[in-house]
Write a protein that binds this ligand. Structure first.
Ligand code: HEM
Length: 177
């Protein structure tokens, strides 16, 4: 998994808990984790999961809820780091479509050792769409937070009406409010 995800995640963690808690998390995990990450590196997803589960435990929050909150915040970070992807985009639905059709593809070209998930938007009718998330990583909750943030960022009158997990694929039913 890209180091960028680790550095963003640890910045997020540092905004939630004290340095002492972060130190305690890394102490608890010991050799299980590298402990120092750079945005350009690449690290095992298991390390990410181990840090995340520990942080959730220290905070007394369900891991999926914490992952959703991280995803929500991540969109504003992507906007700061990759502003060009947001230029000229008029809606959250258009942006989600662009992530699947273009942005994650660019990421794959830019970093051949990366493996961003497949995100596909299907427009069903005037009122509803399906967003399909497919990944070998169980991070549908991060996708959920990113999707919610997309709607808020572009003022889209949409919400996630249903979440249908199915193995390594999760379908989000999006409905007009
Ligand atoms: C400017 C917009 C975006 C950029 C530049 C971007 C880029 C990336 C990058 C670099 C990764 C790490 C891949 C790896 O570690 O191999 C990633 C992962 C991820 N992206 Fe995006 N992304 C964007 C928007 C979105 C949106 C809107 C969604 C939500 C639907 C999304 C869903 C995810 C998820 C859930 C992951 C975690 C890895 C996984 O689930 O397998 N991304 N993205």
């Amino acid at each position: 998994m890209r180091g960028l995800m680790f550095t963003e995640y640890l910045d997020y963690a540092a905004s939630l808990v004290s340095d002492d808690v972060i130190d305690a998390i890394f102490n608890d995990l010991g050799d299980e984790v590298t402990g120092a990450y750079t945005a350009v590196g690449n690290y095992s997803f298991n390390e990410f999961a181990a840090i995340h589960v520990k942080l959730a435990e220290y905070m007394g929050v369900a891991p999926d809820e914490l992952a959703r909150r991280f995803g929500y915040l991540l969109l504003s970070r992507f906007k700061e780091i990759f502003p060009a992807y947001f230029e000229g985009v008029e809606s959250g639905l258009d942006f989600l479509e662009k992530v699947g059709a273009h942005i994650h593809g660019e990421v794959r070209k830019l970093y051949p050792d990366s493996s961003p998930p497949n995100i596909t938007l299907h427009r069903i009718d005037e009122r509803s769409c399906e967003l399909v998330y497919r990944s070998h990583r169980p991070l549908a909750a991060v996708a959920q937070g990113l999707t919610e943030a997309c709607f808020d960022e572009f003022d889209d009158p949409y919400k996630i009406a249903k979440i249908l997990p199915n193995g390594n694929q999760t379908t989000f039913i999006l409905e007009r409010i």
